[in-house]
Write a new protein. Sequence first.
Length: 221
Amino acid sequence: MNEPVSSETYSAQIRRLAELTARMSAQRAEAHTWYGEQVAAADRAVADAAEQVRWAEAEVAEARRMVDRVDGEVTHLWGQLRARLGVRRLGDPPGPARDAAGDPVPLLRGVRELLERTGQPGELPGAVNPLLIACGVGGALVAFLLGLGARALGAGSGGDLAVGLPVLALVVTLLGPLVGLAPARLLADRRHAVLTPRPMILVAASGLATTLLLLAVTYTR
């Protein structure tokens, strides 16, 4: 036959059960709190990682646009260099150097400015002055000979030709000093230079002197 449980022992068991229940509730609440904190930390980590991925994708897209821009500019500058040198089979433009660093935009700007400076035609040097004088003399001589031919043709003709051809011969003769500008322009183009006022004046002056000399010789006979 079982012995009855004393009231003290029963009360002690109830208190112990209550303490264990409260401790278990506290630990459960602590576990829920820890789990919530871990979930929040994980969400923040995922959000930060997603933001970093977006930044990385944006940087990759910007880098790709920069590469396309640099490649296009290099191809354009390479074509200009090929045109400056007059070499068709210059090959493909060089690729990027392995040890290259820094922003390529200023480098491309410097190359563009260099090509613009080298591509600008300069003035004819003084060494070609004899050729310019020869252009003036030759142009005036050709115009004078054409004028003589027109006058001779008019003298042997009748009617309107007899009147018009001498006038035409005079106009051609007077334009003689300017005829030499055409070969002078060709000379400047071959030397990639500009026909500035100085060589133009030299050609016109030599052509004018030649024309006056030929007229003086012809009409003083």
